[in-house]
Structure formats: structure tokens, C-alpha cells
Ligand binder design. Structure first.
Ligand SMILES: Cc1cc2nc3c(=O)[nH]c(=O)nc-3n(C[C@H](O)[C@H](O)[C@H](O)COP(=O)(O)OP(=O)(O)OC[C@H]3O[C@@H](n4cnc5c(N)ncnc54)[C@H](O)[C@@H]3O)c2cc1C
Ligand code: FES
Length: 278
């Protein structure tokens, strides 16, 4: 699965092969290792990306884990490092440590209905799990992908959304907080889409990612709809430095988000999710 790295604190140089603008402040970088040794990853894992001379941040891998090729990361420019990464051009070199962290547990969902629920940039860490589910579609019951976005202009991965919408073996529902005059779809928060999703609460696994407030609201609504907290997987984001469980920067109560997460079973972190840091 994860290729072991000799020194997990030493970034490997990767060349930017392609840089694609998704929406105004979000870029997807396709990167290739200069040493030619490809990196395998599992859906849910992240890398530490280093904009040399500026800094390093955790970013989930957003590509297809079932296919070889450049590693994809989808980055929203919110501060110094993420903006520097978003500005990278083909040919530029960035540093990469990883992959790190736990994975969306698709084996747990075998034989069950699956809900994939994304808010905003949270669709980036979830895209690999959707690819993975579809690669072995016969293993799962009904699959529903529910996507919430601030506005039509901030909707990510238009190409994938179109492909998923055209499939008969997957239900895709999209909603926006604020519509524009051209929008003909749903308006409102992503939890509002749950009523449209066909699932058997006693045999469903849910994968949830987005802003923490959205994760909390969604998980609590799923529990209200009789999905057990153990069947809900959430991915948490905390500021990170080492990403290998040494520095304590990402500590949340008794857990280290970098090493014990970022993907957790909801019952393991529900009581910690309102804690900023300890
Ligand atoms: C496991 C993991 C996976 C992530 N995956 C992605 C991804 O796929 N795509 C993506 O765009 N971002 C992702 N992030 C968030 C990304 O790491 C932060 O946006 C980044 O650290 C911001 O750093 P900066 O130096 O650009 O901005 P800063 O100047 O550090 O911060 C700018 C703003 O972002 C907030 N911020 C900083 N760090 C984080 C953080 N870790 N989580 C949430 N908010 C933060 C700050 O509070 C501030 O409001 C992930 C974070 C984690 C922990
Ligand atoms: S980032 Fe250092 S312990 Fe998690």
C-alpha cells in the first residue's frame, strides 16, 4: 500500500507535470517524482507538500488510487503556503513527504449501501474513495454522492460530476448555499439532500468530509436517521508540522490526527470535535 520512506522528515523533490484551475482559488497539481519511483497511496491519505523557501502543509491526495500516473492534489489558496502551491507552474519542483494517515475504509462498506457526503473542498479527499468504489462497483449496494458547495462557481470537478450524473448505478445530488440566476438545482445545506438519498440505515456506511461544522451537523443527522456512529467515517483537518505523530501539533484530546487519522470512525472522535486543540 504505502511505500515506506527512508527518512519521513525529508521531502522528496517532485516536478509539477500539470496545473489545472478547478475554480477561482482552487488548483489541482499533477506531480511526478524526479527520481522516477512512483508513489502508491490509499483513498484518504495525505502528503505534506513543501513550497521551498515558504513552508509545508498537509494536502490530501485527490486522484485515482486504482490507476498509475502522476499524483494529484487539489489545493485551495487560503494562506502563504497554499497560495504558493496554487501558483506552481509545469516544470516547477516542490517537496513531498508521505503519503501519511489512515484511509477511507471501503472494505467496511462491502455489501452495504454507501453515502459519500462532501462539503466544499472536502470533495477533494473524497474523490479517491468514489473512484475506488466505482472500480469495484459490484461489492456495494446503493451508492449516493451528496455534494454541497457555497455557490455554482465554487463547484469542484465539473467533469467528474457530469460523469457520475450520467451513471445509472450511482445517485449524485448537488446543492449550493447561494444560487445564481442560471442555477436550476438544489439550494440549501448538504444535509438537506439526505431525504433524497436511498439507503438502508441499518446497513449503510457513510464517508463525510468538509468543514468541521458541516461534518458535525451531517454526522449528527445521520445518527438521527439511525445510522450507527461506527458506520460513519469522517476526515479531520488540524494544523500539522511533522505528520508522523512526534511533535504534538495536531493533537486533539488523546489522538494525533496525523497518525491516528485523518480518517476516523465518528464514534471515536465525536466527543473531541468541538476541541480546538489540547
Ligand atoms: C489531513 C489534511 C488534509 C488536507 N487536505 C487538503 C486538501 O486536499 N486541499 C486543501 O486545499 N486543503 C487541505 N488541507 C488544509 C490545508 O492544509 C490548509 O489550508 C493549509 O494548511 C493552510 O496553510 P497556509 O500556510 O496556506 O495558510 P495559513 O496562513 O496557515 O492559514 C490560512 C487560513 O487557513 C486556516 N488553516 C490553516 N491550516 C489549516 C488546516 N490544517 N486546516 C484547516 N484550516 C487551516 C487558518 O486558520 C487560516 O484561516 C488539509 C489539511 C489536513 C490536516
Ligand atoms: S503533526 Fe506532529 S504529531 Fe501530528
Amino acid at each position: 500500500m504505502t511505500a515506506p520512506q527512508a527518512d519521513p522528515m525529508r521531502p522528496r523533490p517532485y516536478r509539477v507535470a500539470r496545473a489545472r484551475r478547478e475554480v477561482r482559488d482552487v488548483m489541482t497539481l499533477a506531480i511526478e517524482p524526479l527520481d522516477g519511483n512512483g508513489t502508491q497511496f490509499a483513498a484518504g491519505q495525505f502528503n505534506m507538500l513543501y513550497a521551498f523557501g515558504i513552508g509545508e502543509i498537509p494536502v490530501s491526495i485527490s486522484g485515482d488510487p486504482t490507476r498509475a500516473g502522476p499524483l494529484l492534489h487539489t489545493i485551495q489558496g487560503v494562506g502563504a503556503v497554499s497560495r504558493a502551491l496554487c501558483a506552481a507552474k509545469p516544470g516547477d519542483v516542490i517537496g513531498v513527504r508521505g503519503p501519511f494517515g489512515t484511509t477511507w475504509d471501503t472494505d467496511r462498506a462491502a455489501g452495504a449501501d454507501v453515502l459519500v457526503i462532501a462539503g466544499g473542498i472536502g470533495l477533494a479527499p473524497l474523490r479517491p474513495v468514489i473512484y475506488q468504489l466505482l472500480a469495484r462497483r459490484e461489492r456495494y449496494g446503493r451508492i449516493s454522492v451528496l455534494v454541497g458547495s457555497r455557490s455554482p462557481k465554487t463547484l469542484l470537478f465539473e467533469h467528474d460530476l457530469q460523469a457520475w450524473r450520467s451513471r445509472l448505478d450511482l445517485d449524485l445530488e448537488v446543492t449550493v448555499d447561494h444560487a445564481d440566476t442560471a442555477w436550476r438545482g438544489n439550494v440549501g445545506v448538504v444535509t438537506g439532500l439526505l431525504a433524497r438519498a436511498p439507503f438502508d440505515p441499518l446497513n449503510t456506511v457513510a464517508f463525510v468530509c468538509g468543514p468541521e461544522v458541516m461534518i458535525r451537523a451531517t454526522a449528527s443527522e445521520l445518527v438521527d436517521r439511525d445510522i450507527s456512529p461506527e458506520s460513519i467515517r469522517v476526515s479531520l483537518e488540524r494544523n500539522m508540522k511533522c505528520a508522523i505523530g512526534h511533535c504534538g501539533h495536531c493533537q486533539l484530546g488523546g489522538v494525533f490526527v496525523c497518525a491516528d487519522g485523518p480518517v476516523f470512525s465518528y464514534d471515536a472522535v465525536e466527543h473531541l470535535m468541538s476541541v480546538r486543540s489540547l
